[in-house]
Design a protein around this ligand. Structure first.
Ligand code: ADP
Ligand code: GLC
Length: 487
């Protein structure tokens, strides 16, 4: 029985987040961190919040309860029978949508052969299932969609379900975490996901002869957000717009940038269980211990304890600026007495590059190819200088984690890196070129040798507060403005 919107006022709007990732069940990057922490912060602010994600193979061990055995979802002339699992944690209800054939796989989006060929069906089904969950299990006022995987939800809602009284007053928010991933599929796939031919128009979901799920969301959602203020401006330019800058300019009145927060219950050097020693801004001894252990773990010599240790934790992707690093690393290690700790995985050419670098400078470069959450924490703690020379960066979380861990960031002034790092807490360079990166790294390394000034810089970073409460308040205000009845 749908809940009347009128009886709910003036309670805060009820929110459903729809996403392909959420920690700790499914993570490839920062999206998962956001989907774990933001709902929690919104629940603390008084919202009823649920999150809908697929039940992938790695989520099978979630302590959830199977609450619906059979929820038939019509899509593209077929009926997909999904089951729904639920768990409630920190005041947030998490729904895992189960369909063994579509989601019960090892990778999230693909395997070593590439992207799964049925990703359009997998994520269209997620959107349809989310709508059905909201109709039958968890009535909501606002659907908050994240990235292309949930881009079709506003289309289904507006184009097909508009007259259903369950959805009449519902509003949609679409958050862009990364414009570089758009969910582009051939036009012929429209039938598979119940998209009628009339939607194939340049002002709707057509994109250079194909269809784009992200564009669909950007056209149909009531409000658009992205994850930093500067990125909200950058994506309206041809340089960073990935072909959608015109649409984003047209919708600029509905687009805001809200900088991501940090879950300090997970990222805090005073309590972090992954670390060999703990420390705080007033008592930094444990950080040296973390550095010593990290050097050991990565096979780097003890002498590096008295030299600057650069560090990287990253998806290996075009976005992250590794071409710049490749252009300068040999010069840096030949001419400067510095060390490097790297953790990452992703595109093979970058994995090969870092293996080559490690082989060329085995005493200087420590490398772990793979995904390792605990090591990511130890690198945040054990490094001196955190490198993020991204080509573009919607928000970036690791540089904000670095601040709290007293690891001074060297970043390119783009997107969220520019919003979150200033001259008091880190080092920035503007142009995407190797010379600027090299000069900035050298500047940071020289500053590192002035131990007293460096400690003050670390402490300024450690004192910064990026907790989620601030960002959650901004989202809460947005939801309230959007929703006609909720207070
Ligand atoms: P993005 O989402 O673009 O990858 P962010 O900086 O927003 O970049 O978030 C990255 C998140 O993924 C951080 O929590 C980071 O610690 C984590 N991460 C990235 N690569 C790895 C890895 N190889 N092993 C463990 N954690 C990783
Ligand atoms: C994306 C972006 C990253 C951002 C994250 C969470 O993966 O690449 O910059 O921090 O989403 O919003």
């Amino acid at each position: 029985m749908p809940v009347s919107r009128f009886t709910q006022a003036p309670t805060p709007p009820r929110i459903m987040m729809v996403s392909s990732e959420a920690s700790p069940w499914a993570k490839t990057g920062g999206l998962a961190d956001v989907l774990e922490a933001l709902p929690k912060a919104l629940a603390q602010a008084g919202h009823a919040v649920c999150v809908v994600i697929p039940r992938y193979m790695h989520g099978f061990d979630a302590p959830s309860e199977r609450i619906v055995d059979s929820m038939p979802i019509a899509l593209g002339g077929a009926i997909y029978d999904v089951a729904i699992y639920r768990l409630i944690t920190d005041g947030v209800t998490i729904f895992h949508v189960d369909h063994a054939g579509l989601y019960g796989r090892n990778g999230l989006y693909g395997d070593h052969f590439g992207d799964f060929g049925d990703n359009h069906i997998r994520y269209a089904l997620l959107c349809k299932a989310a709508l059905e969950i909201s109709r039958t299990l968890f009535p909501v006022d606002i659907y908050h969609c994240h990235d292309w995987q949930s881009g079709l939800l506003p289309v289904y809602l507006r184009a097909f379900d508009a007259a259903d009284p369950s959805f009449l007053a519902a509003r949609t928010v679409m958050t862009i975490h990364n414009l570089g991933y758009q969910g582009i599929f051939p036009r012929e796939k429209m039938d598979d996901v119940s998209l009628p031919p009339w939607l194939y128009r340049p002002d709707l979901i057509e994109f250079w002869g194909d269809i784009s799920f992200l564009k669909a969301g950007l056209v149909y959602a009531d409000a658009l957000t992205t994850v930093s203020r500067r990125y909200a401006l950058e994506i309206q330019t041809p340089e960073h717009g990935f072909g959608l800058d015109g649409l984003l300019r047209a919708r600029s009145a509905s687009l805001t940038g809200i900088v991501n927060g940090v879950d300090y219950s997970r990222w805090n050097p005073e309590t972090d269980r992954a670390l060999p020693a703990h420390y705080s801004a007033d008592s930094l001894g444990g950080k040296t211990e973390c550095k010593r252990e990290l050097l050991r773990e990565l096979g780097l010599p003890d002498v590096a304890l008295d030299r600057p240790l650069l560090s990287i934790v990253s998806r290996f992707a075009y976005q992250k600026g590794f071409d710049l690093i490749a252009g300068i690393a040999h010069t840096l290690f030949q001419e400067d007495d510095v060390y490097l700790a790297v953790l990452g995985n992703g595109e093979q050419k970058y994995e090969e590059y870092f293996k080559h670098l490690r082989a060329s400078f085995p005493d200087r470069v420590g490398l772990r190819i793979g995904y390792d959450d605990a090591l990511a924490h130890r690198i945040e703690a054990g490094g001196d200088i955190f490198l993020m020379p991204s080509r573009y960066e919607p928000c970036g979380l690791n540089q904000i984690y670095s601040l709290r861990y007293g690891t001074v960031p060297v970043v390119r002034a783009t997107g969220g890196l520019d919003d979150t790092i200033d001259a008091e807490t880190g080092f920035k360079f503007a142009d995407y070129n190797g010379r600027e990166l090299l000069e900035t790294i050298r500047l940071a390394c020289r500053a590192w040798h002035d131990r007293a000034a460096w400690t003050r810089m670390m402490q300024r970073g450690m004192a910064k507060d990026f907790s989620w409460a601030g960002a959650a308040a901004e989202y809460s205000a947005l939801y309230r403005n959007l929703h006609p009845f909720a207070g």
